[in-house]
Design a protein around this ligand. Structure first.
Ligand SMILES: Cc1cc2nc3c(=O)[nH]c(=O)nc-3n(C[C@H](O)[C@H](O)[C@H](O)COP(=O)(O)OP(=O)(O)OC[C@H]3O[C@@H](n4cnc5c(N)ncnc54)[C@H](O)[C@@H]3O)c2cc1C
Length: 476
């Protein structure tokens, strides 16, 4: 299978359409390295016995493929993706960055099948060809779903500027021309392919917004305005020091998409498919969250327990209760993902669809608790994450030994370990990436309100009312 190094070499040769802080940069820019490194790990981990069984999937057509290019065919596929995501996120200290691409591909496997059956346009045939390219080459993808959306109270066709949701502006014999922008697109600057999907349900006046396609990240007319963050260490390196993030504001400046890459073309009467594509991507993505969020919670839990141990308070009652709170979030979210896989249904296309209620309650529980989890960590850490002296002072010949004396907590814990721990806590609680991760914990995969909508849509409330009536002795 393709190696991480092979992916990086291809990435470095892409055209420089990435803009960071006013500068057009190549993709070997050091600010992109952390996230590109995680992508590379997802390729190289197949050699690691702990990951091999999770990462490798046997495909009828191509032999062994990487799970991040797999279309889920069974309950076991969904369970393994969830377990793989959790385990990889423990290693990366944050996001695994590959779920967006494969979640979009799973949604498209269903939508193109339905759209082809109903419109007679060869969307599924094109998708299957494109999937072959993905699986054979172990493609690293991202998903651009979220439109910039303008006035939130107005629908796409009601906006003062119709381009505030991405749309088709021209149909040609050989393809379509699209215009618009997508924001918050994670990892697009280090992805080989960007998959574009609609963001919401659409009405009959909005067929032109029902557009789905894939482009190479450096395709003509695609501009990636990128925000990159990283934790930089001066004196000691550690896995947490390599954590980074890359977010992208992508502008599609009248971009031509050839037919073979168009999976929904914004033709008359296609609006419904756009809405379903939006919902399905969100559903797969929320299932992925039931893998990554338990890992984020575990990381917060580990740091909470360790700082309590170093400070000598680990066995105190309030600390134990807070640690139990963290375990409950992590394991309930994971359990929701397992339940969603076990109650999944098989679509006519052959793709497994996880249960919407379990996925959404899991994602909602994770999102609702993220700031609460950080509050526990901040509570148990005290104020030092915010006031920690700089590394250069801690290791300074003159002042360093004094800082090392006074930073001491439990006698048997070396001062340097206390410093290292607080440096990581500072990164989690007080850094730019820490802030990004927290907002992602809340809004990534959709705002909390969107999960409520999905939960209520898929739930039988009438049945519960009947139970209430029966118990209260109210006749039907
Ligand atoms: C770090 C990060 C990474 C992300 N990665 C990706 C990615 O890779 N790909 C991708 O496609 N997306 C990604 N997202 C986008 C994410 O899905 C969106 O942030 C989320 O859907 C919210 O959209 P928004 O940011 O436009 O906020 P808004 O939609 O503006 O939400 C703000 C508030 O307005 C409310 N609101 C909005 N519209 C209405 C309305 N009509 N009526 C009532 N209330 C309303 C919301 O409920 C919320 O309370 C990412 C987001 C973050 C933060």
């Amino acid at each position: 299978m393709r190696t991480g190094e092979e992916y990086l070499q291809k990435l470095y040769q892409m055209k420089p359409n990435v803009i960071i802080n006013g500068e057009n940069v190549k993709r070997d820019d050091p600010r992109l390295r952390a996230v590109a490194g995680v992508m590379a790990q997802t390729l190289d981990k197949v050699k690691d016995p702990e990951f091999q069984n999770l990462l490798e999937v046997e495909s009828k057509e191509f032999g062994t493929i990487n799970r991040f290019t797999n279309i889920h065919q069974s309950v076991d596929d969904l369970l393994k993706k969830q377990e793989l995501t959790r385990k990889l996120c423990r290693q990366t200290g944050g996001c695994v960055f590959r779920c967006m691409g494969i979640d979009a591909m799973n949604a498209l496997s269903i939508i193109t099948y339905r759209a082809e059956a109903m419109t007679r346009r060869p969307y599924n045939q094109r998708f299957l060809k494109y999937l072959k390219y993905w699986q054979e080459n172990n493609i690293i993808g991202s998903c651009a779903q979220t439109d910039v959306k303008g006035n939130r109270a107005l629908r796409p066709h009601e906006q003062a500027d119709p381009d505030l949701y991405l749309r088709v502006i021209e149909h040609r014999d050989d393809g379509i021309v699209v215009r618009g922008a997508k924001n918050h697109i994670t990892a697009a600057a280090v992805a080989e392919e960007i998959i574009v999907l609609p963001t919401r349900m659409l009405t009959p006046q909005e067929d032109a917004y029902s557009v789905a396609f894939a482009v190479p990240g450096d395709w003509d007319g695609v501009k990636l305005v990128t925000r990159a963050s990283s934790h930089k260490r001066e004196h000691f390196s550690c896995p947490f020091g390599d954590v980074g993030d890359v977010e992208n504001f992508i502008i599609f400046d009248d971009v031509f998409i050839p037919n073979e890459r168009v999976f929904l073309g914004g033709y008359e009467d296609e609006h419904a498919f756009g809405g379903w594509a939006a919902l399905l991507f969100a559903l797969y993505h929320r299932h992925s969250y039931t893998g990554c969020k338990p890992a984020s919670s575990e990381i917060i839990l580990g740091f909470s327990a360790l700082v309590s141990e170093y400070s000598g308070i680990e066995d105190k009652k309030h600390v134990q209760s807070k640690l139990a709170d963290l375990i409950s979030v992590s394991e309930l979210v994971y359990a929701a993902g397992i339940a969603a896989a076990h109650t999944a249904t098989k679509d006519d296309s052959g793709t497994m669809i996880p249960d919407a209620v379990f996925c959404n309650v899991g994602r909602k529980h994770a999102g609702k608790n993220y700031y609460h989890e950080l509050e526990i960590l901040a509570d148990l850490s005290g104020g030092l994450p915010a006031t920690l002296p700089h590394e250069a002072d801690f290791y300074d010949q003159e002042i360093g030994p004094l800082l090392q004396k006074y930073i001491k907590r439990k006698e048997d814990v070396p001062s340097e370990d206390v410093y290292k721990l607080y440096r990581a806590l500072s990164d989690m609680l007080c850094s730019s990436i820490g802030g990004v991760v927290a907002v992602a914990g809340l809004h990534g995969g959709g705002s909390p309100q969107m999960e409520d909508v999905a939960i209520l849509k898929g739930y039988d409330l009438d049945l519960r009312k009947k139970i209430a009536k029966y118990l209260a002795g109210i006749s039907e």
